[in-house]
Ligand binder design. Structure first.
Ligand SMILES: [Zn+2]
Length: 216
């Protein structure tokens, strides 16, 4: 019989005596009143890029969707299973979140796989291959560039992918309508796990820059 991971039990113990004790009332209030997170963050599954940690947010603040390479698929109301679209729908329509951040990160394994023309499926289902197919046109163009190094290709696709996801967010009527009315804000961000730098996207140019503390 397998036992529950010891590291997680230790962590839970530390959480209960530390953070939960300090924020007990906040947890109780959130349980009573329900959640009202101010921001939806779409982030990667990567264990090094947890939004709550990076943005130092407490319980009830962020509604987080994580998937491989923080992709948003285009709006497709069909009979397939759309986990990310379902979470987006819930965040916007039920929780009334009006601020969405798509956050990519450096050294993303999903992006790396998308750029590798020889990447073999990890299993017969090839779920990652199918999922990363969302970036195929962009990945193809970057692969064709002879001027870029491998590292440059990687960062370029990580950032282009964020702009791609923001464009796909706008294919959802519930997002587009609110944004056109000036009631919804979409943002891009990129986190460099090696230096801790956060880069944010200029909404007009699509370029990424480092925000000045206090001016963000
Ligand atoms: Zn990633």
């Amino acid at each position: 019989m397998s036992t529950f991971p010891e590291r997680l039990l230790e962590g839970y113990q530390s959480f209960m005596t530390g953070r939960y004790t300090a924020e007990r009332q906040r947890y109780r209030d959130l349980a009573e009143a329900g959640q009202e997170p101010h921001t939806l963050v779409i982030a990667c599954c990567d264990s090094r890029a947890a939004p709550e940690t990076i943005f130092d947010c407490g319980p009830g603040e962020l509604f987080v969707v994580r998937n491989v390479a923080n992709l948003v698929p285009p709006y497709a109301p069909d009979s397939n299973y759309h986990a990310t679209s379902a979470a987006l729908e819930f965040a916007v329509q039920s929780l009334k979140i009006r601020q969405i951040v798509v956050m990519g990160h450096g050294r993303c394994g999903g992006i790396k796989a998308a750029l590798d023309p020889n990447a073999a499926p990890l299993s017969p289902g090839d779920f990652i291959g199918q999922w990363m197919g969302l970036l195929k046109p962009a990945a193809q163009q970057i692969q064709d560039s002879q001027l870029m190094t491998g590292g440059e290709r990687q960062v370029a696709l990580e950032r282009i992918s964020i702009r791609n996801s923001l464009a796909n967010l706008r294919s959802f009527p519930c997002v587009k309508i609110l944004e056109d009315k000036g009631k919804m804000a979409l943002h891009g961000a990129w986190f460099d796990i090696s230096t801790g730098e956060l880069w944010v996207m200029d909404p007009k140019s699509g370029d990424f820059f480092r925000p000045e503390p206090g001016l963000a």
